[in-house]
Design a protein around this ligand. Sequence first.
Ligand code: FAD
Length: 341
Amino acid sequence: PGGAHETDVIIIGAGPCGLFAVFELGLLGVKTHLIDIQAKPGGQAAELYPEKPILDIPAIKSITGEQLTKQLLEQIEPFGGKFHMNEMAVSLDNTPDGKWSIATDMGTTVTAPVIVIAAGGGSFQPKKPPIPGVEDFEGKSVFYAVRERSAFEGKNLVIAGGGDSALDWTLNLQPIAKSITLVHRRPDFRAAPDSVEKMHALANEQKIDFEVAQITGLKGINGQISAVSVENEKDGAYDIPCDTLLAFYGLTMKLGPIAEFGLNLTENRIEVDTEKFETSVPGIFCIGDMAAYPGKLKLILSGFHEAALMSHGAFHYVFPDRKLKFQHTTSAKGLQAQLGG
Ligand code: FAD
């Protein structure tokens, strides 16, 4: 993270529509950078239903959210879009030479003549755990996401939650943390069975602790926790000493900072035309679930179509002096060499 970058088009959101936009823009010779607050691309398909079959992607009988993401990444790979993952696009500015600049919460800036908002239902944001007084410790010793793994090296960690994030980070941080106690209110998990098995194996080897308990409070001063207070039927109330709590209680989607970008909104979505999918501000486009226009369907296939039309509009900002030459991929020799067709 960090640094100043320049490109042709900045895509906010690496969900299915943002990913396919890399392809459609790439066909026209337009370079892209993508920004997403999530650790991995794929948006809702990767985060909310990775294992569910999607049955309405044209010409594909059935494909899971995870596999769709993988295949999109393979398809766009030749165009070399640069990913800034784990970063939230927080502000939009004009540059003196008439371009746009997006800054992220991790200190990265990207400048380009065009912005494409493919932010879906908004940015995924962690749900707060219902622990009294948790605000006093947030961002200091209580975290709801891992932005940099190395920040947890040598820590005495309590990890709370029963989904994939809690399990994945228990397994992933175990080699570098000083100690890990996984706390979940029930003995069963909503996570991949393989991860659950691996977690139990680590607990049997006493490399981590696993406690079935409800978190009731935090102990500590000046933002630094010293223990997590828990209780369960068997042992009553007790404290687990630690210096860091990672709580994974699920995600919600919020429009977030994009609401402040000065674009015309309808019910928290961004108004666009249906010719180019451009917003009320020239040079800023919006595609996918975030786009609002009469008859909009929140479907992946609609977002793919929107990406194609947006690309033709964006081209003229990126190359104001060039004429767009429309080509089919079946007959474009240069593209075939690049895409391996
Ligand atoms: P998203 O997939 O929502 O991705 C947007 C990305 O933008 C996210 O990763 C988010 O973190 C990121 N983002 C937002 N704001 C910021 C910011 N400020 N900074 C950084 N990153 C940001 N559709 C179908 O066509 N067929 C189906 O069968 C189907 N089944 C579904 C089942 C479920 C359970 C759900 C929830 C949805 C389903 N959908 C289906 C809908 C489909 O998932 C969406 O239409 C699609 O994901 C929209 O893609 P998108 O790229 O517009 O946005």
